[in-house]
Write a protein that binds this ligand. Structure first.
Ligand code: ATP
Ligand code: MG
Length: 651
């Protein structure tokens, strides 16, 4: 960006916390002051919420930046913190997971059950020769054996690497090879969109080219036929011995590698993000307690992410289990067997806290208000959002149609790299604005800077940075320390640069504006794609939009928008004109799109994020770039075929 980001969107709606929630909130306003007065002391108090076999000697070692060590000299076991200590405290009968399979089969798993399963699996892994520090790749559907496998690895100090079950054999192979994994844990398949979807053949294809893999451990989920390689392949039910449920958790160093997780690949070749033990668990447990105001005795928490993404690692597995929460875990998709499935689950389990993504929220809005209206959602008391900037109108829809106009919404900004939530409202404290992630959490020093690394004043926009190390931060990119330094710590001297643009409003609250690579330069002004998308989504007929900058002879770049209409809305030239005028009226004439294309779908990654890179290719009439990380590659054909309406609009 040559100058600061334009600040076009004006949002004046404000929502204070409900009084009753504020009165009983886990975290109150004074925590901000306490944490900024003594940041390390603050994190030390949060580390004390865990069980340490040996206490640390030093909170933070930052003598060799950007390589951090947290709780230096401390020792703990993650699985012990997530399981044993709850069971030992007499909470073994408490439900850890209400699990629901897509076909409707269910399992109820208490903390004692989970502890037993994890001990059995830990013994089985040890019998297979897996030792502390070895890497285990996990490629599974959303079934209880997935968290069991992760916790069993953590329990014996093996480093797990979960690969999302929708990835191809090539993607899986690349990730296994990058970390020299010796074991792959998988399943015959999982249920998706009403049918069994096979996983084992993908593993077979990948592992054929991975000589480090000694064994493949296979959970039987769907019962479909699988090819079998004797000596290498083992059934979970033959290997994990029900009789060997005794296992003593050994302590590991606070900096022992817990897992490697590859980023979702929206921008570049996925990076193997390394997370370690003590600092990571401290921050995921505290943020889950603070941001979701979790009351372990009464709340039912549901994070709808797949465990294959960092959101699932931190807020389906480690954070909630460390806090002794009761959760819902769901195997399938939101539209199977019908489009009310999520709301049916909220009603059935009396879910109190729901954490989902803007892409899902916009899809629900597109499907229609009448669907959630058919279910009893009165148990909900708090809603969360993560993954992309949430447009103000999507936020309002979420608040009204899901939250019954009473639940606060926490818009949580973070990344695979940050490990845990960094910027978010605190639900009992913050007066929320639709579309803003508001403030850095206590203990986090986020800022917005200009090109030269100078903090921008209120009302300004620029680059989001983090000034000081935080406990759950990535420690490196697996096997590539130099790429870690170059990617995150080189743009601004001594500052962590996540790659996102942001603005600070007149009150000092933060608005995330997507990746700086996506920012458009129109007639000398930097305009964020997010703001134009939000303006489009604020039109009642628009469900979703994606905006890109296309090369333009007169303006440098011109704004090109792809729009999906809501439910029954019909599109024609008149509507396209109306939408262009609507953007001009909302944001100013500079932001008026040159072109709007009405499309049936948008290209998304498997984690649901819009891939603007491909839309730029369409907007500039180029042949399409790499589409392999797309959720559904036929979407691009649909888009190209549907480009009739609004393909040319001159003023
Ligand atoms: P890659 O780094 O491989 O391109 P990715 O960035 O999509 O993939 P993730 O780590 O899953 O992989 O996503 C983190 C990014 O998602 C953030 O950097 C930010 O751009 C976006 N994001 C997440 N939460 C929010 C939020 N609440 N508001 C705005 N943006 C968000
Ligand atoms: Mg990223």
């Amino acid at each position: 960006m040559s100058e600061t980001l334009a600040n076009l969107l004006h949002e004046t709606r404000q929502f204070p916390p409900p009084g009753a929630l504020a009165d009983q909130a886990n975290v109150t306003a004074n925590v901000y002051g306490a944490a900024s007065a003594d940041r390390l002391g603050f994190w030390e108090r949060q580390a004390n919420r865990l069980h340490w076999h040996k206490r640390w000697d030093e909170v933070l070692d930052w003598s060799n930046p950007p390589f951090a060590k947290w709780f230096v000299g401390g020792q703990l076991n993650v699985a012990y913190n997530c399981l044993d200590r709850h069971v030992e405290a007499g909470r073994g009968d408490k439900i850890a997971y209400h699990w629901e399979g897509e076909p409707g089969d269910t399992r109820t798993i208490t903390y004692a059950d989970l502890h037993r399963e994890v001990c059995r699996a830990a013994n089985a892994l040890t019998d297979l020769g897996i030792t502390a520090g070895e890497r285990v790749a996990i490629y599974m559907p959303m079934i209880p054996e997935l968290p069991v496998a992760m916790l069993a690895c953590a329990r014996i100090g093996a480093t797990h690497s979960v690969v999302f079950g929708g990835f191809s054999a090539d993607a899986l192979k690349g990730r296994i090879q990058d970390q020299d994994a010796t074991l792959v844990i998988t399943a015959d398949g999982g249920f998706r969109r009403g049918a069994p979807s096979a996983l084992k053949p993908t593993v077979d294809e990948a592992v054929a080219q991975c000589p480090t893999v000694r064994n493949v451990l296979v959970v039987r989920r769907t019962g479909q036929d699988v090819a079998w390689q004797d000596g290498r392949d083992l059934w979970w039910h033959d290997t994990v011995d029900p009789a060997s449920a005794e296992h003593t958790a050994q302590p590991f160093d606070s900096e022992h590698p817990l897992y490697i997780l590859y980023t979702s690949g929206t921008t570049a070749k996925p990076k193997g993000i390394l997370h370690t033990t003590g600092g990571y668990l401290t921050q995921v447990a505290w943020t889950h307690h603070a941001v979701f105001d979790l009351k372990p005795d009464t709340d039912i928490f549901w994070c709808t992410a797949d465990i294959g993404w960092v959101t699932g690692h931190s807020y389906i597995v480690y954070g909630p289990l460390a806090n002794g929460a009761t959760q819902v875990m769901y195997e399938g998709t939101p539209d199977t067997p019908h489009r009310g499935r999520f709301w049916e689950l909220v009603e059935k389990y009396r879910i109190t806290i729901l954490y989902t993504a803007p892409t899902a929220i916009r899809t629900f809005a597109k499907w229609g208000d009448d669907i959630p209206a058919q279910f009893d959602l009165s148990s909900l008391r708090l809603l969360g959002s993560v993954g992309e900037p949430i447009n103000p109108e999507a936020w309002m829809w979420y608040r009204e149609h899901i939250g019954g106009d009473r639940c606060p919404i926490v818009d949580t900004w973070w990344q695979t790299e940050t490990g845990a939530i960094m910027i978010s409202p605190l639900p009992g404290v913050t007066i929320c604005k639709p579309g803003s992630a508001m403030r850095p959490l206590p203990g986090i020093t986020a800022d917005i800077v200009d090109d030269t690394g100078t903090s921008v004043p209120n009302g300004g926009g620029g680059y989001l940075v983090i000034r000081d190390p935080w406990p759950a931060m990535l420690r490196t990119i697996w096997g590539d320390d130099q790429r870690y330094v170059d990617t995150y710590w080189s743009r601004f001297d001594g500052l962590y640069f996540p790659g996102d643009g942001a603005k600070r409003d007149a009150d000092g609250d933060l608005w995330l504006l997507g990746r700086v690579d996506d920012v458009m330069l129109v007639s000398g002004h930097n305009i964020s794609t997010t703001e134009v998308e939000s303006a489009l989504v604020s039109h009642p007929k628009v469900a979703e939009s994606a905006v890109v900058g296309a090369t333009d002879p007169t303006t440098g770049q011109a704004i090109v928008a792809f729009v999906i209409l809501r439910g029954a809305a019909e599109g024609d030239e008149a509507l396209v004109q109306e939408l262009r005028d609507h953007v001009a009226k909302t944001l100013g004439p500079i932001a008026k799109p040159r072109q709007i294309m009405l499309v049936p779908e948008l290209p998304k990654t498997r984690s649901g994020k819009i891939m603007r890179r491909l839309l730029r290719d369409v907007a500039e009439n180029r042949s399409m770039g790499d589409v392999t990380t797309l959720q559904d590659s036929s979407v691009m054909d649909l888009i190209s075929a549907g480009l009739k309406v609004g393909a040319s609009t001159e003023d």
